[in-house]
Design a protein around this ligand. Structure first.
Ligand code: CA
Ligand code: CA
Length: 237
């Protein structure tokens, strides 16, 4: 068995506040880290990841927010990640979601596709239903929860790998069953009360989740296999 067709989908290719900043910096002739990040972003895009058609942000109220750049050191790789949080502290929560759409029309239900990502809890130590990740086979299908984001205070500020999420199996096993399509989607959620501020872990003072290095991988059977190996998590970014 070998693993091919790595679709390394990076937030570095999403248009966001961070990218706009980086572009402005680059236009000014700056060679800082931000400018380098933009170059890296472009290289990533050229690698061709036919995967990411778009990323859509939504929030339950005006206090929700997504940023692709907050400060150097926030991203796991490169200079950007997607951080979902709240603009200001509020006694009532807001629920953010980033929906990423992938054109998987070149693949079929028989292909074994895995989803992996890294996330960093910025200080959420409570359980709310918005702190999950969901998938669906197409943009009209029902969302299927695939992972509840960690809230352990001991791991605040630490990038963690997701489990290896068996997209094909989960979609096939849903009721009613789903299949991948030209509009396969992953939804990353965050629900909290306040903002992400510090690169240095500061306990549960902040709220938010950062996501980086989202990877879709297709496993290919060379020979009859009885077990499926998880994908290599080495990042291209
Ligand atoms: Ca990154
Ligand atoms: Ca907190």
């Amino acid at each position: 068995m070998r693993l091919t067709d790595r679709l390394d989908i990076l937030f570095d290719s999403l248009i966001g506040e961070g990218e706009q900043r980086a572009k402005r910096t680059k236009n000014a002739g700056d060679t800082s880290a931000s400018s380098k990040s933009t170059a890296q972003t472009r290289r990533t895009a050229v690698l061709g990841l036919e995967g990411l058609d778009r990323g859509d942000f939504s929030t339950s109220n005006s206090n929700g927010r997504m940023r692709t750049f907050i400060n150097t050191g926030m991203a796991r790789t490169g200079n950007r990640c997607a951080t979902l949080d709240q603009s200001n502290y509020s006694t009532s929560f807001s629920a953010d979601s980033l929906i990423t759409t992938f054109n998987l029309s070149n693949y079929s239900a028989g292909d074994q596709i895995w989803l992996d990502f890294y996330f960093q809890n910025q200080g959420i130590d409570f359980n709310l239903p918005g702190n999950q990740v969901w998938i669906r086979g197409n943009e009209s299908a029902a969302w299927i929860p695939v992972y509840t984001l960690d809230t352990d205070p001991n791991r605040i500020g630490v990038y963690q790998p997701s489990p290896h999420i068996n997209i094909s199996g989960i979609l096939a096993g849903a009721t009613p069953s789903q299949t991948i399509s030209s509009s396969f989607q992953v939804k990353f959620g965050e629900q909290g009360f306040t903002s992400t501020n510090s690169v240095i872990p500061d306990g549960d003072l902040d709220d938010g989740y950062s996501f980086d290095d989202i990877t879709l991988t297709k496993a290919v059977n060379d020979i009859s296999a009885t077990a499926v190996l998880p994908p290599d998590l080495t990042s291209i970014s």
